[in-house]
Design a protein around this ligand. Structure first.
Ligand code: NAD
Ligand code: UDP
Length: 335
């Protein structure tokens, strides 16, 4: 049986991908340097290799041992404000990491990669909803590093026939429904986990960044996709390449927008907690509205997301939070 190699499989999204792949009967190996990930998040049935994607000697060793049919590449840094202050950290880990990975894949004749791209590759959208063919003009180094990774894959396809699917995620949220794995970032920067920290009494209040945007209630509008639905699209994408289709890019979102105030109200309803909040200045680099056109993934990959309601998404995150108040409670480097 051939193996799916998941890079960044100890992270939030990667750990859900590993879990889902195993559930669906795939054989899975994981590479992660645990810089933001958690060893305890990785399903026991996956073989785990601790190391850095940029370390070609290490990576070649993994490819020597494993019989790999395809790669899912989640390993990256992804905090936008940090990327504004430390752009080179992002180009080094994300972009250089991709060069290293493709070199090793080419050497071992592995020809399929499913890649975590992002809405941040589009920058400030000219039209909503955002289509895959819209211009990609990132407004921060994180988005630029990911766009460069998409472009590098394109040329590696031309030269070596390494086929790729770039999946451009919008706002990923929630957790596996049984609450056994979930989101545990240090520092936490994402809206839903921060709201739930306030609900749990770990934070005094939510700061809503910006109330003067040209949206329905003045706060930013985002498109939320449940993490298990999101990883299912990766498995469909891998099967799509295995069926002989060509490289391509797909948005992954719900095609519906929710404002930050609406998200707060939804979380109040789900948790039954008051969740104190105050208005705060805009956060640098935030586009006003991001909503995906995601009919292409539905049509071409036959993606059928199960969650179509943000309250249900928040409920899965709240369940994880209540079952694991201290997250994975490990001491990873970032803690
Ligand atoms: P995460 O930080 O939880 O996971 C990333 C994982 O990669 C971690 O386990 C980390 O230890 C590992 N890693 C990082 N650099 C590495 C390296 N050089 N070598 C080996 N391992 C390395 O992040 P996440 O939220 O799960 O995001 C996963 C991917 O999805 C990222 O590439 C991110 O850019 C992309 N993405 C996330 C979102 C979101 O809403 N969370 C949205 C769009 C795109
Ligand atoms: N946000 C907020 N307060 C917070 C964290 C986030 O108001 O403490 C807002 C943020 O400005 C954005 C939305 O919530 O408008 C989603 O932010 P997140 O960082 O979760 O995802 P992004 O859209 O940046 O990928």
């Amino acid at each position: 049986m051939m193996t799916v190699l998941v890079l960044g499989g100890a992270g939030y999204i990667g750990s859900h991908a590993v879990d889902r792949l195993i559930q669906k009967g795939y054989d899975v190996a994981v590479v992660d340097n645990l810089v933001t990930g958690h060893r305890a998040a990785v399903n026991d049935k996956a073989r785990f290799y601790e190391g850095d994607v940029r370390d070609q000697k290490f990576l070649n060793g993994v490819f020597d041992k494993e019989d790999i049919e395809g790669v899912m590449h989640f390993a990256a840094f992804s905090i936008v404000p940090e990327s504004m202050e430390k752009p080179l950290k992002y180009f080094d880990n994300n972009t250089t990491g991709m060069v290293s990975l493709l070199e090793v894949m080419n050497k071992h004749n592995v020809k399929r990669i499913i890649f975590s791209s992002t809405a941040a590759t589009y920058g400030e959208p000219k039209q909503i909803p955002i289509k895959e063919t819209d211009p990609q003009i990132p407004t921060n180094p994180y988005g630029e590093s990911k766009l460069m990774m998409e472009k590098i894959m394109r040329w590696a396809d031309e030269a070596y026939g390494i086929k790729f699917i770039a999946l451009r995620y919008f706002n990923v949220a929630g957790a596996k429904e049984d609450g056994s794995i979930g989101e545990d970032h240090h520092p936490e920067t994402h809206l839903i986990p921060i709201i739930l920290q306030v609900a749990a009494g770990e934070r005094k209040e939510l700061s809503i960044f910006g109330g003067d945007y040209p949206t329905k209630d003045g706060t930013n509008v985002r498109d939320y996709v449940q993490v298990v639905d999101l990883v299912d699209a990766h498995i469909l994408a891998l099967e799509y390449l295995k069926a002989g289709h060509d490289s391509d890019a797909f948005n992954l979102g719900s095609s519906t927008g929710f404002s930050n105030k609406e998200m707060l109200e939804a979380a109040r309803k789900v948790t039954g907690k008051e969740i104190p909040a105050k208005m705060a200045p805009r956060r640098a680099g935030d586009p006003s509205t991001l909503i995906a056109a995601s009919d292409k993934a539905r049509k071409v990959l036959n993606w059928q997301p199960q969650f179509d309601n943000v309250e249900d998404i928040i409920r899965t995150a709240w369940n994880w939070k209540q079952k694991n108040p201290a997250g994975y409670d490990d001491q990873n480097e970032a803690k």
